[in-house]
Design a protein around this ligand. Structure first.
Ligand SMILES: *[C@@H]1O[C@H](CO)[C@@H](O)[C@H](O)[C@H]1NC(C)=O
Ligand SMILES: *[C@@H]1O[C@H](CO)[C@@H](O)[C@H](O)[C@H]1NC(C)=O
Length: 484
């Protein structure tokens, strides 16, 4: 999850790889305003959705729905309009779904009606098709909710550049003047040590800014966001979906491309080999270079380990095999006598419904990222009882502890070298400590398993959908009942 702000107007942190995202994610300035692919997808996927319905819905924009519905009496006038990249995939997308499902499933008398709207990124057909039917049905239902602006709390769940007026093509959030709504909340996060002035200004235009962690409370305040507007609202993780008892392992070897080392018989013979898993979008921030260096320095073929990188492109082509070989060639890494420990790349699209089985196939999860908004794959892995090795900095410090994981010490801070956030700082985790921790999970298996169990317990007790639904619900209730 990501998460998890883009360096270029794009949410990052996919919950799983999507080979088509490099195309579908790219912003096309010529794209029409408020493209309704969501509605198109809905129409394609459900035959009950007649052609007339499609045209009727298509021609109505949300703001019109809001303005024209004044006469209609609603049993409950209050609305929460959640606007997020619901059909895009990526960190914000899965985060937004986790809130919607939490509220929908766990709050019986919310005191408001829930509406959703696609916003903040382009739609991905692959992602939509990978969603379970129940979620797609819910999307259709919530997309049809009609609300009056003055009785609606809008949640803009995206990077601040998408907020009204958006800096790129997207349905503005809020979809009208800020003061026309009951209240407007920005839900966002960031993965460097600060927030840019432009984003600070946009945050301060909101009535509230919800961030997921203490890390963000502190970096946002330090950057100039009005402290009275900032509320920490943690992220839910679906601990019933990500439950290790419910799944059989996915065959990673059958979908992975071996890019370095020899196929390791011991890895393919279940149980015997030790499988490291990492899931990330291919960008420098994720520290894939650090991971490869630590793994290849520490292990060799006879260790009987395997590293599986589940990745997809981020402003790059998808030739990951050659990127890895180039990286190794340009480094001072020496091939061990027994040969390289194997590295596999999995870059096919894995549907959301198969994701728990992917974690189930691993013995440990590792992500030496330079900065994360939240680190959605980390909490997914932890809910799946995996021992997790991850950088002890940024959003994930909200949940990483010595008891439930292996927090990876930071060696120093480094400057972001490219993109709009050049000059910000983020963390360089220690490669030598990463080697030590990776070795430790393979040798001290009992400790690793105990941390994995504790990880799941912590996810259940702190971030279960019912618990987070209560947090969000009470925040929203306060807003409806406050005087403005
Ligand atoms: C919102 O506006 C409608 C129509 O103008 C009005 O009937 C209603 O009372 C307003 N609601 C609130 C909460 O002010
Ligand atoms: C992680 O960071 C926190 C805060 O800087 C620190 O107190 C803690 O000791 C660190 N843990 C590890 C294992 O480095």
């Amino acid at each position: 999850m990501d998460d998890d702000l883009p360096h270029n107007q794009q949410p990052t942190d996919p919950p799983f790889p999507n080979p088509n995202q490099s195309h579908s994610f790219r912003f096309r300035p010529s794209a029409i305003h408020f493209s309704s692919i969501l509605i198109l997808l809905l129409a394609i996927s459900f035959f009950s959705f007649s052609k007339t319905d499609f045209f009727k819905t298509h021609s109505l924009k949300l703001t019109h729905l809001l303005k024209n519905s004044n006469q209609t009496p609603f049993p409950n006038p209050f609305c929460v309009l959640w606007m997020a990249p619901f059909v895009s995939g990526g960190g914000y997308s899965s985060e937004a779904w986790s809130y919607i499902l939490a509220l929908h499933d766990h709050i019986t008398n919310p005191g408001f009606r829930l509406a959703i709207q696609q916003h903040g990124d382009l739609e991905s057909i692959n992602f939509w098709e990978g969603l379970p039917d129940s979620i797609r049905n819910l999307a259709i239902e919530l997309h049809r909710t009609k609300c009056r602006m003055n009785e609606t709390v809008v949640i803009c769940h995206s990077e601040p550049g998408a907020w009204n007026p958006p800096l790129f093509e997207t349905l503005p959030c809020p979809p009208g003047a800020y003061q026309n709504f009951k209240s407007v909340i920005g839900r966002t996060m960031f993965e460097t040590d600060r927030v840019s002035q432009e984003h600070v200004n946009r945050c301060n235009r909101m009535d509230y800014v919800w961030v997921p962690s203490e890390f963000h409370v502190s970096t946002f305040v330090k950057s100039g966001v009005d402290p009275s507007k900032i509320v920490k609202v943690v992220q839910p993780i679906d601990v019933n979906f990500f439950d290790p008892l419910k799944y059989k392992p996915f065959s990673l070897e059958s979908v992975g491309t071996l890019v370095l080392g020899a196929k390791n018989l011991e890895v393919s013979l279940e149980k015997k080999g030790f499988v490291f898993l990492s899931i990330f979008k291919w960008e420098f921030r994720k520290g894939w270079d650090l991971l490869l260096e630590a793994y290849l320095r520490e292990f060799c073929k006879k260790d009987g380990v395997g590293l599986f990188l589940l990745t997809n492109p981020y402003h790059t082509d998808s030739d990951f095999g050659n990127k890895i070989l180039d990286f190794v060639e340009n480094s001072d890494l020496q091939m061990p006598l027994s040969g390289w420990a194997p590295v596999y790349v999995v870059d096919i699209h894995i549907p959301q419904t198969d994701l728990p089985r992917v974690y189930k196939a691993a013995d440990a999860f590792v992500l030496p990222s330079r900065g994360e908004g939240w680190g959605r794959p980390l909490v997914e892995a932890m809910a799946m009882s995996l021992p997790v090795i991850a950088t002890n900095w940024s959003g994930q410090t909200e949940f990483l502890t010595d008891e439930n994981s292996y927090p990876l010490p930071v060696e120093r801070m480094s400057e972001v070298k490219e993109g709009p956030f050049e000059g910000h700082l983020w963390a360089e985790p220690s490669i030598s400590k990463l080697q030590v921790l990776m070795r430790e999970v393979t040798t001290n298996v009992d400790e690793a398993k105990a941390k994995g169990r504790r990880a799941r317990e912590d996810m259940v007790s702190r971030f279960s959908p019912d618990i987070v639904a209560d947090i969000v619900h009470s925040q929203i209730q306060n807003i409806f009942h406050e005087k403005r």
